[in-house]
Design a protein. Structure first.
Length: 555
């Protein structure tokens, strides 16, 4: 097989989560190999929502504008979800600005969401990864086996074209290889939850003239409420390419290329020539792995958590996994990150995954077929009254699914070995759905537009950022910067004006991590802050529960 080639990190799977991890590592100069068993990325036309958090990561990487440029319909296209009996039938309800895709400036985030096929997002991410000198991509390459020891990992890959086996020596391996993950077996993880919530088909088809053949106006998605084929349908790409996803099929019914066009015709009530381009069968499940790691092997994305697709969380959660693990691996490999940093990956991400899976399952519990009632398609006053009543119910039940900032930005890491703990931290009411930014440790740093028009996020840099209020002590700031320099921890200091801090940053000093989450805040700096935030506290002090260390008294 020849001599093993060496990399710091090998990532198996080049979907959005694997690409995010490769970009996060490559941006920090960490050498990594990203392998994909297919001959390219973006085979299946699956997710279509890139949410505000993922777009903010793209902004950090300098490619948010590139994603906007490949939008099939432009970023100004209405991100409306339209509920109708049929595309050619009656309207029921409209939900505007779904997933915060409207491009107008918002105080809560620097980047709006975007309705764009996942394969276009993967294309933009892949092209960027290929520009990073420390990132190597190999397609048509599959995982064979792994053997790890205390110092590293021996990995065998196989070139699917030639059959040749490729020995690799690396520091860490990450399985980003999807729902059927082979690396999950290496980790010894088992998926728990509910499999088979529903059987689904994602049909992609071409229908010239369909956009003009109905009277409901442009939208990203139409929920069709009828007994023939309750479903989701909408424009997907240029050249009259649409998607169609039935939410209920008769028992035993299987969609084939021969009957798909007839089903679309029946569900829409519009008689056009429908050219079926692809049909992808999949099962919606709520599953989470019982472990995300075994020593030097990690899992991210669908390899360790699977969400029902309602709310658009799955792909975006995978990108966030890649970001979280990426900066922590980089810190460890560069020597300034301690052992608790990698331990914190599963602790932090699992809590978020559990919250989001529960939210997605709630969304999945009510689909278009649940709104059908006899008489809904009847013309006249009685039908109009029924449609108004159903429309009100739709808005009451489904608006939460499409106005998701609380879930997308409001998830906080409540318990972590690398975050300060505040026992008296404010808590949201259990049913509160409004996103309220907070600078308490574990939460996403509150966003600020500066007076010169720049986002505060743009100034954070690749390492830690110390946010010093206008009233912070200069001696305290200098002490923090000296501590970072002494430990080789990358950190910059940003001063906040009174207007910028008001209502967002109540403490004189706030430490923001490389992933834009708050690590600590307080009145006075202590060098133990870095012991905690960089993952060294347990090793240096022998504290069993770092989050309960005496350091938190400075908060």
């Amino acid at each position: 097989m020849g001599m093993a080639k060496a990399y710091s990190v090998v990532i198996v799977g080049a979907g959005p989560s694997g690409l995010a991890l490769a970009i996060e590592l490559g941006t920090r100069g960490v050498d990594c190999l990203l392998v994909e068993r297919n001959d390219r990325v973006g085979y299946a036309p699956r997710a279509k929502t890139t949410n505000v958090r993922t777009r903010t990561h793209l902004r950090r990487w300098g490619i948010a504008d590139k994603l906007a440029a490949v939008s099939p319909f432009g970023v100004d296209y209405p991100s409306t979800v339209n509920f109708v009996t049929r595309l050619g039938g009656f309207g029921l309800a409209r939900i505007e600005n779904a997933s915060n895709c409207h491009p107008a400036r918002n105080e809560l985030y620097p980047e709006h969401g975007q309705w764009v096929p996942q394969y276009k997002l993967e294309q933009v991410m892949r092209e960027h990864a290929e520009t990073l000198p420390s990132v190597t991509l190999r397609f048509s390459t599959e995982f064979v086996s792994v053997n790890q020891d205390a110092d590293g990992v021996d990995l065998i890959l196989r070139d699917r074209g030639t059959g040749a086996e490729l020995p690799i020596r690396c520091g860490y391996v990450v399985g980003a290889d999807g729902a059927r993950s082979a690396l999950r077996e290496v980790v010894g993880a088992t998926m728990h939850g509910t499999y088979g919530l529903s059987r689904n088909y994602n049909i992609v088809f071409r229908a010239p003239g369909l956009a003009e053949a109905h009277a409901h106006g442009p939208a990203t998605m139409y929920w069709q409420v009828n007994p023939a084929a309750p479903s989701l349908i909408g424009p997907m790409d240029r050249d009259d390419v649409w998607f169609f996803m039935p939410t209920r099929l008769p028992e035993g019914f299987t969609i084939t290329p021969d009957n798909a066009a007839a089903l679309i015709r029946e569900s829409t009530g519009i008689d056009l020539p429908y050219e079926i381009l692809s049909s992808d069968e999949w099962v919606a499940s709520s599953l989470i792995a019982d472990r995300y790691r075994k020593d030097r092997v990690f899992l991210i994305g669908d390899a360790c958590h699977l969400h029902p697709p309602f709310g658009g969380y799955g792909m975006n959660m995978g990108v966030a996994d890649g970001v979280d693990l990426g900066w922590k691996l980089a810190a460890t490999l560069q020597g300034w990150g301690g052992p608790a940093l990698l331990d914190s990956y599963e602790i932090e991400r699992r809590a978020i995954h559990e919250e989001v899976i529960a939210e997605a399952a709630t969304n999945h519990a009510v689909l278009s077929n649940d709104f059908w009632a006899e008489g809904l398609e009847e013309p006249g006053e009685a039908g109009d009254a029924m449609r108004r009543a159903v429309g009100e119910r739709i808005v009451a039940v489904k608006q939460r699914e499409f106005h998701t900032l609380k879930t997308v930005l409001g998830g906080c890491y409540r318990r972590s070995p690398v975050l300060a703990r505040e026992d008296d931290a404010e808590e949201d009411a259990p049913d509160a759905r409004e996103y309220k930014p907070s600078s308490r440790p574990g939460c996403l740093a509150p966003h600020v537009w500066r007076a010169d028009g720049r986002s505060l996020y743009d100034l954070f840099g690749q390492g830690f950022a110390l946010l010093a209020r206008f009233d912070a002590s200069g001696a305290q700031v200098r002490g923090a910067m000296a501590a970072a320099a002494d430990r080789g921890i990358p950190m910059i200091c940003l001063y906040l004006t009174e207007a910028e801090a008001k209502g967002r940053y109540p403490k004189p000093l706030t430490l923001v991590r490389p992933d834009q989450y708050i690590a600590w805040r307080g009145d006075r700096w202590s060098d133990e802050v870095f012991d905690l935030a960089a993952g060294w506290l347990a090793e240096r002090t022998g504290v069993d529960d770092p989050a309960r260390s005496p350091q938190r008294e400075g908060a």
